[in-house]
Design a protein around this ligand. Structure first.
Ligand code: ADP
Length: 719
């Protein structure tokens, strides 16, 4: 008898032992059903050992589930990620299995070769036969893959050269052709590619930073690196990670044009049945390019040869709830496990990545100028103390004049404000009360489109009342400060003939709506786009020449570790939307603090100066990338139990060299959904194994059922 260790995708501390039924011949990676209490649950076999001599009674594995097994590298990655995040391995396993559990797609029609030779051969028919030999595709997809009209395929079916069959889910993705449409690279792109090709050809782990200003052609270069990886083997796979779903469509279109075949998309907007198809095809090596959000890292790649992390500095790579991880860092770990290279691309790399490049751990490839001679936009600061907007308004006279000029020339303007809704605060004029959510200590944000007050922390919402809930005064509530909806209102009054649109997660419900709005902007159907950060990244709007940043200081106010870095990156990205093509662009940043080093560096377009300053400050404080950080957040609805636990937990902190524990302190949001929250912050020298320290600490106290303890390694949010 053998014993199977089965890891279950639930927050459990370890894999459980089961007995392997006679003749099941399980293998590591197999997905099985196993009894857990009264239920049958799905799990993955992580180990098999001889059961001779074991005399405790073990439950039997119930059966194997018909799905491809998890490859060894995926399993190793799940275990590595759990240790990194100081979390239970079932948590990342749940992400890794997410695609395999959806219902199957309805049967799909595919065209198969019958073996009969066509009566007459033409070049078009030849291409169809070649494509059909490479993959099982639906007739329409086969025609697209071969670059022929649907008629060619139906004639071959009528001839009996191809036969139609139905397949459950096993419909392949058209294989990408690395030679399909090769671009001509400019000299600095070609130099960067040579380095990347060398890295790809080594079949070894290595990290390259592709560092180039917006519009320098980084995408073009990393697609060529992808081509090099695809050429390595007929089943080699490439993963391209993007920070925003809104960006995937544009990249998918570019990949389809470059490789003559659509890649698979992987993000929360992909339907479950489709996800299952992608998951299975990735495991069988039949899906060779995946474009996805962070969770795509956990797909069961059979032969991953390259990972690209585009906009690597982007904070969206940090997953903040459930299993907490930084996808850029995990991408590097995943590549290492698979002896594959990683390309990190950005115009404003994170300090962590720059530090790795400066110290020689990463190869540093630079693209210094925009492709085709397009100029970078000029960036100027609008000092709001000298040129304030009218009272109750948010656009300053210099920005209004610049908008007028751009619109007169028939060009587009983008107004950027990273704040959803109409007004961030609603105040009672009579009693001074600020409206906050009933179970959380965050302000309610007014949304005029929906007529509701919304808590952005928890999603709680209520209709806007007509009297103050605190003092009962009628008509006393006033909206304070601007959100995108209010800026749109102001722009509409100033430019009644202009075509306006708002891009925020409230106006753009999903990837389809995002794609439509972005296409409308790219095609010039919008004159003024008021947008939060979703529209600020990555897109090419040929006729956009003016970017106005309504509140450049907004991101600096949070005061957390990365406030300055994030503000610099975001505003440099936003400004980079202007003048991407022939027309010169400009960006105006409205600020109350033009002397702030971030504003000065942006105006001078001097990234190096900003980075040097910020690095020096981090180094002096021993903060990342010069030290390590982790947060421990403890919450509970029973105040006494929470306080008792926090006291015990604080006292249990191990004494370790090179580690400082700060706290406990009330979290800035100290009440969320009725739960009180306390935070600890741990700072450690780089040489310290921070994860081991945290795991040891947690193991020293028993967490009561009413208390939740969350560890956040390398925190991005300090709330
Ligand atoms: P980045 O990713 O650095 O922002 P892109 O790769 O999107 O830059 O390139 C910016 C624009 O220039 C795109 O429209 C792209 O198609 C074009 N471009 C870049 N490199 C080339 C090239 N070698 N040949 C033709 N067009 C290019």
């Amino acid at each position: 008898m053998r014993i199977a260790q089965v890891l279950i995708p639930l927050p459990l501390p370890e894999a459980f032992d089961y007995a392997e039924p006679e003749a099941m011949s399980l293998a590591v990676g197999d997905v099985v059903a196993a009894p857990l209490g009264p239920r049958l649950v799905r799990g993955v076999v992580t180990g098999l050992r001889d059961g001779a001599g074991v005399n405790r009674p073990l439950k039997l594995v119930a059966g194997r589930i018909e799905t491809p097994p998890l490859p060894p590298q995926s399993l190793a990655f799940v275990e590595w990620a759990a240790r990194y995040a100081v979390d239970q391995p079932g948590q990342p396993l749940a992400i890794a299995l997410r695609g395999s559990t959806a219902p199957k797609e309805r049967p799909q029609r595919v065209a198969q070769l019958t073996g009969k030779a066509p009566a007459r051969m033409t070049p078009a028919r030849e291409r169809v036969l070649a494509a059909a030999a490479g993959a099982e595709l639906a007739p329409a997809a086969l025609a697209r893959a071969a670059g022929v009209s649907a008629g060619v395929v139906s004639a071959l079916i009528a001839d009996g050269v191809l036969a139609e069959a139905f397949r459950e889910t096993a419909v392949d993705f058209a294989p990408p052709d690395p030679e399909h449409a090769r671009p001509t690279l400019n000299p600095s792109q070609a130099a960067a590619l040579t380095e990347l090709e060398r890295l790809v050809a080594s079949d070894r782990f290595g990290v390259a930073l592709l560092d180039g200003v917006t519009g320098s052609g980084k995408t073009e270069v990393y697609l060529e690196a992808a081509a090099a990886a695809l050429r390595r083997a007929p089943d080699a796979q490439v993963l391209i990670l993007l920070p925003e779903i809104a960006l995937t469509e544009a990249v998918i279109a570019r990949i389809a044009a470059r490789f003559g075949a659509e890649p698979a998309a992987w993000h929360s907007g992909v339907a479950p049945q489709r996800r299952r198809r992608v998951w299975e095809a990735v495991a069988r090596g039949k899906c060779r390019i995946v474009v996805g959000a962070r969770s795509a890292l956990f797909l069961p790649f059979a032969k991953l040869r390259l990972i690209v992390v585009d906009e690597e500095h982007d904070g969206s790579y940090k997953q903040e709830d459930g299993f907490i991880y930084q996808a850029r860092d995990l991408a590097v770990a995943r590549a290492k496990l698979g002896d594959a290279p990683v390309v990190l691309a950005s115009a404003t790399p994170s300090l962590e990545t720059l530090w790795n490049a400066e110290t020689g751990r990463y190869r540093w490839l630079r693209l210094a100028s925009r492709h085709g001679g397009a100029l970078l936009p000029t960036i100027s600061l609008v000092d709001l103390r000298a040129s304030p907007p009218e009272p109750g308004r948010w656009l300053s006279p210099p920005l209004i004049i610049a908008m007028k000029e751009a619109l007169t020339r028939g060009e587009q303007a983008l107004l950027f404000l990273n704040r959803r809704g109409y007004a961030p605060v609603v105040l009672c004029r009579a009693c001074g009360e600020r409206l906050s959510a009933p179970d959380s200590d965050s302000w309610l944000v007014e949304h005029r489109y929906s007529g509701r007050l919304v808590c952005h922390l928890t999603g709680f919402s209520m209709p806007k009342p007509d009297r103050c809930p605190h003092c009962g005064a009628k008509q006393s509530l006033v909206s304070v400060g601007p959100g995108v909806e209010r800026v749109e209102e102001e722009a509409r009054e100033l430019f009644p003939d202009a075509r306006l649109a708002v891009f925020s997660s409230d106006t753009v419900a999903g990837p389809d709506a995002a794609r439509e709005l972005i296409a409308a902007m790219a095609e010039g159907e919008i004159d003024i786009l008021v947008a939060t950060q979703g529209a600020a990244k990555g897109h090419n709007f040929p006729n956009l020449t003016l970017v106005g940043v309504v509140d450049a200081d907004l991101g600096l106010r949070g005061g957390d570790l990365r406030a300055a870095e994030r503000t610099f990156q975001l505003l440099a990205q936003v400004a980079g939307r202007a003048g991407r093509w022939q027309k010169p662009g400009r960006a105006l940043l409205q600020t109350w603090a033009p002397e702030h080093p971030v504003m000065q560096a942006l105006a001078a377009q001097d990234r190096d100066a900003f980075v040097a300053l910020e690095m020096a400050e981090r180094e002096a404080a021993g903060l990342p990338p010069f030290g390590r950080l982790a947060a421990v957040i403890v919450s509970g609805s029973d105040a006494a139990a929470l306080d008792g636990f926090v006291r015990d937990f604080a006292a249990a902190a191990p004494n370790a060299e090179g580690v400082d524990v700060f706290g406990p302190a009330d979290a800035p949001f100290s009440l969320v959904r009725g739960r009180r929250r306390k935070r600890f912050l741990v700072r450690a020298d780089r040489a310290v194994d921070l994860q081991a320290f945290l795991a040891a600490w947690r193991a020293r106290t028993k967490v009561p059922g009413s208390v939740r303890l969350t560890i956040d390694v390398d925190p991005y949010s300090f709330l």
